[in-house]
Design a protein around this ligand. Structure first.
Ligand code: UGA
Length: 436
């Protein structure tokens, strides 16, 4: 099939590479010339394990090409996926201007019956707007909207896309279902699950999944506060909870909270959507509040253990919003850096991948490339992202270079039993601290 993909961000580019790997002829377009130039030279504009190789394979096979021209993506295509950004407005509502502009441009260049697929996360009801827009612009053609929300995780994008737990297709016509079934036939033939719903149900399902996962994390973080106050151990509590199959063990890790460009903004957009439909959904607001509190709680721990923060040197281990990505958008590590900077601390950050992005986002941050450089002279190390290289650190060497041996573990990378006897003051999240 010939497939067009509009937007080459995390979702768009991984989709391009996956569709090409499935044997389709894919044209990925973006209005950012620099990005397209990079892609044409075989370079991914962001770090995503395995993506460079998959893109290179696609371009080498001739199945994948990149362009800045919408016409290239739309002409003779049976289906075009819209994967452009939906940033939050000041109100928290999703800004859908780029989605509309992309759809208009698709309509302008369409030359045959075509399915226009929302792959970016959009609020329920967007498809109606899109359908009206397409119809008004091209009454001469049958342009049909469908929804195919993406469930990939950053850092595991290629794995999630090539081997999805489920594929969700929302459509209103046999034609659209048929086109999308054929897109994913190579995956369904291997046994991957394809769920079919109406469009609004698909749109709501995507928001529901992200909101529910955020809620699990906030539940664990609320328990962490309770354990800190009572002397319990949140890691054990969530282990117990996780053995109940109805709850499951995943996304119950307490820490400094969730970040990234999906959970925080999707939760807000879902809340605004609910309000616009006349239902408050206050649970969603509380999930976000608990998440903010998780960062504030870590800042308070640093302040409690160091007393006056003014002039104290604090090393942050991890700047990305999670491991295996260089993405720092809405990273809890940077939110924590902001709180500590505002209290006068000197912050030096280390991250295996995200250093340059963090520096660009927060220029007042000192960023170094080696964890021991970050820790040298520090009064406290805060573990903010659970990169595997941080768990493997040489602790005696760390202790030697620090001004004072204090670790605040915002991701529970270490175990208190492992820290006992090391000479570190170790303050985990939701677990009893170790004080020599
Ligand atoms: C998330 C979803 O997991 C994907 O299914 C979805 O497709 C994607 O959003 C999206 O809507 O595009 P992602 O943002 O890449 O994916 O990252 P996650 O792995 O879900 O982690 C989100 C945040 O939660 C990270 O900051 C992570 O550190 C935090 N987290 C995760 C916790 O604090 N505790 C946990 O137990 C799990």
């Amino acid at each position: 099939m010939k497939i067009g993909v509009v937007g080459t961000g995390h979702v768009g580019l991984v989709s391009c590479a996956t569709f090409a790997a499935l044997g389709h002829d894919v044209v990925g377009i973006d209005n950012d010339q620099e990005k397209i130039d990079k892609l044409r030279n075989g370079q991914s504009p962001f770090f995503e394990p395995g993506l460079d190789e998959l893109v290179a394979k696609g371009t080498a096979s001739g199945h994948l090409i990149f362009s800045t021209e919408m016409a290239d993506a739309v002409k003779d295509s049976e289906v075009v996926f819209i994967c452009v950004g939906t940033p939050p407005k000041a109100s928290g509502e999703a800004n859908l201007a780029a989605v509309e502009a992309a759809a208009r441009d698709v309509a302008k260049h369409a030359n045959q019956r075509l399915v226009v697929v929302e792959k970016s996360t959009v609020p329920a009801g967007t498809s109606n707007r899109l359908q009206t827009t397409l119809k008004r612009q091209r009454p001469d053609l049958q342009l049909e909207v469908a929804s195919n929300p993406e469930f990939l995780r950053e850092g595991k994008g290629v794995e999630d896309s090539m081997s999805p737990e489920r594929i969700l297709v929302g459509a209103d016509s046999d034609f659209a279902f048929d086109v999308l079934r054929r897109v994913y036939e190579p995956l369904t033939a291997k046994g991957h699950l394809l769920l079919e719903t109406d469009i609004t149900t698909a749109e709501i399902s995507k928001h529901a999944c992200n909101a529910f996962l955020s809620m699990k994390i906030s539940f664990a973080n609320a328990l962490a506060r309770l354990c800190e106050a009572s002397g319990g151990d949140v890691v054990k509590v969530t282990e117990v909870m996780g053995t109940d199959k109805r709850i499951g063990p995943q996304f119950l890790n307490a820490g400094i909270g969730y970040g990234g460009y999906c959970f925080p903004k999707d939760l807000q957009a879902f809340e605004r959507l609910a309000q616009s439909l006349g239902y408050e959904f206050p649970l969603l607001r509380e999930v976000a509040n608990i998440n903010d509190e998780a960062v504030a709680a870590a800042a308070k721990k640093v302040e409690d253990v160091l007393w006056n923060l003014d002039g104290k040197r604090v090393a942050l281990f991890g700047l990305a919003f999670k491991p295996a990505t260089d993405d720092v958008r809405l990273s809890p590590a940077l939110a924590l850096a902001r709180l500590l900077l505002d209290k006068g601390a000197v912050i030096v950050g280390y991250d295996p991948q995200a250093g340059p992005n963090a520096k660009a986002e927060m220029p007042e941050l000192e960023v170094v490339e080696d964890p021991f450089d970050a820790a040298t002279g520090a009064h406290c190390v805060v573990i903010t992202t659970e990169w595997p290289e941080i768990a493997d650190l040489d602790l005696p060497r760390l202790k030697q270079v620090m001004a004072e041996p204090v670790i605040v573990d915002g991701r529970n990378v270490f175990d208190p039993s492992q820290m006992a006897g090391t000479g570190f003051t170790y303050i985990p999240t939701g677990r009893p601290p170790v004080v020599p």
